[in-house]
Design a binder for this molecule. Structure first.
Ligand SMILES: *Cc1c(COP(=O)(O)O)cnc(C)c1O
Length: 370
C-alpha cells in the first residue's frame, strides 16, 4: 500500500518502538550502543554514525523527497558543505545566480582555498546553462525558486541537459519543500534543505538535510556525514519529525495567505513590483522608494522584521543588509536585489490581520503622511 504525501507526513516517525507500542518516536540520547558480540551489531554503534531517532527522521526525509537515502545535518550550511565534499580541485559547478547569501559566501571562500570553481548563471534560462558547460563541469547547483527574486528553474530541462553531459544536478529545495516540488522525480540527483525553514517550521530548530538517489551517492554521503560529524542532536531530530507531521497543512495555509497578500500588494500604490511565483508561502516586493524601507520595517508590529523564513509566524527580511549582505552591491544590483526589495515569509496567521498591518503602513507611506 502506498500512501499519499499527507498521510506519510502525519505518520512520520510513528510506531518505531514495537516493544512498548509507543506512538510518538522515542528520543534516543544514548551515544553508544552495546555490541552483542564480536562482529555483531544492532545496527547502531555510535551516535555520530547513526542514531535511531535520526534514522526515523532520515527515513521520513527520503520518503517525502522520493529519494533512496536521507541524511540529517546540524544546519542547512552543513548540508551544503557536505555536498561540496563530492568534488575536487579544478571541478567546476554551475550555480544559480541569486543564490542564498550563505551558500554564496561559502562558495566564495572555497573557491579561494580549495580551487573549486563556481560559475554563476541564470539557471532559469536553459540556453545559458548549456553555454557554460565545459569539460571541467561536474554539477549544476540550483535553487528554485531563487532567493529572493523567486525565479523558477525548469528542473526537468536542466536535468536532461545535465544527464547528457554526465553532471550531477543538486537542488536546494528549501523554499518549496517536497509538498510543492520533488526534484528527484524531475531528474535531480541530490536534494538539500535548510530544515531550519519550512521543514522545522517553528523557528526553534537549526538543521539541514540531504536526500540522494542511487546506491553510489548514498554510500558517499554515509561516509561524508560520519567523517565530518555535523549531525543534529536527537532532540532536534525529534522536533523535526514532529514538525513534518503538519508540513502539508502549514504550507497549504501559508500559500493561501501568500496568494491573497501578493494580490493585495500588487494593487497597492506604494508598491513598485511583487515577485510571487504563484505557489508557496514566499514572496518579495519592491517599495516605490528606498527611503521608505527603514520606516516600513520599524512600523511592523505583528510581522517580525527578522532573518529567516518558513515558520508559522510571518517574517519580513531586508536582503540588502541581511541575507544577501555578503554579495557585492554591484552584483546585487545587477541581478535585481535592489535597496527597495523586501522578502516576505508569509505565516499561518489570519490573512486579514496581516493585510491590515501592511495596509496601514503602506497607506501612510503612499500618502506621504509619515
Ligand atoms: C537558510 C538557507 C540555507 C542555510 O541553512 P541554515 O539552516 O541557516 O544553515 C540554505 N539555503 C537556503 C535556500 C536557505 O534559505
Amino acid at each position: 500500500m502506498t500512501y499519499q504525501l499527507e498521510t506519510k507526513l502525519a505518520q512520520a516517525g510513528n510506531r518505531k518502538d514495537p516493544a512498548t507500542g509507543a506512538v510518538s518516536l522515542p528520543i534516543h540520547l544514548s551515544t553508544a550502543y552495546i555490541h552483542p558480540g564480536i562482529g555483531q551489531s544492532t545496527g547502531y554503534d555510535y551516535s555520530r554514525t547513526a542514531n535511531p531517532t535520526r534514522t526515523a527522521l532520515e527515513e521520513a526525509l527520503a520518503t517525502l523527497e522520493k529519494g533512496d537515502q536521507g541524511f540529517a545535518f546540524s544546519s542547512g550550511m552543513a548540508a551544503v558543505h557536505a555536498v561540496l565534499q563530492l568534488f575536487r580541485t579544478g571541478d567546476e559547478l554551475i550555480v544559480s545566480e541569486d543564490l542564498y547569501g550563505g551558500s554564496y559566501r561559502l562558495f566564495h571562500q572555497l573557491q579561494d582555498r580549495t580551487g573549486l570553481v563556481f560559475c554563476y548563471v541564470d539557471t532559469t534560462d536553459v540556453e545559458k546553462v548549456k553555454a557554460v558547460i565545459s569539460e571541467k563541469t561536474v554539477a549544476v547547483f540550483l535553487e528554485s525558486p531563487t532567493n529572493p527574486l523567486m525565479k523558477e528553474t525548469d528542473i526537468k530541462a536542466i536535468s536532461d541537459i545535465a544527464k547528457a553531459h554526465d553532471l550531477y544536478v543538486i537542488v536546494d529545495n528549501t523554499f518549496y519543500t517536497p509538498v510543492l516540488q520533488q526534484p528527484l522525480t524531475l531528474g535531480a540527483d541530490i536534494v538539500l534543505h535548510s530544515a531550519t525553514k519550512y521543514l522545522g517550521g517553528h523557528n526553534d530548530v537549526l538543521a539541514g538535510a540531504v536526500i540522494t538517489k542511487g546506491a553510489e551517492l548514498g554510500e558517499q554521503f554515509t561516509v561524508i556525514q560520519n567523517s565530518i560529524g555535523a549531525v543534529p542532536s536527537p532532540l532536534d531530530c525529534w522536533l523535526l519529525v514532529r514538525s513534518l507531521k503538519t508540513l502539508g497543512l502549514r504550507i497549504e495555509r501559508q500559500q493561501q495567505n501568500a496568494r491573497e497578500l501578493a494580490a493585495f500588494l500588487t494593487a497597492h500604490p506604494a508598491i513598485d513590483s511583487v515577485l510571487y511565483p504563484g505557489k508557496g508561502g514566499m514572496l518579495s516586493f519592491r517599495l516605490n522608494d528606498a527611503s521608505w524601507v527603514p520606516v516600513f520595517l520599524e512600523r511592523l508590529k505583528l510581522i517580525a522584521f527578522a532573518e529567516s523564513l518558513g515558520g508559522v509566524e510571518s517574517f519580513i527580511t531586508y536582503p540588502t543588509t541581511q541575507t544577501h549582505a555578503d554579495i557585492p552591491e554591484e552584483e546585487r544590483e545587477r541581478v535585481g536585489i535592489c535597496g527597495r526589495l523586501l522578502r516576505f515569509s508569509v505565516g499561518i496567521e489570519h490573512v486579514s490581520d496581516l493585510q491590515q498591518e501592511l495596509q496601514q503602513i503602506l497607506d501612510e507611506l503612499a500618502g506621504g503622511t509619515r
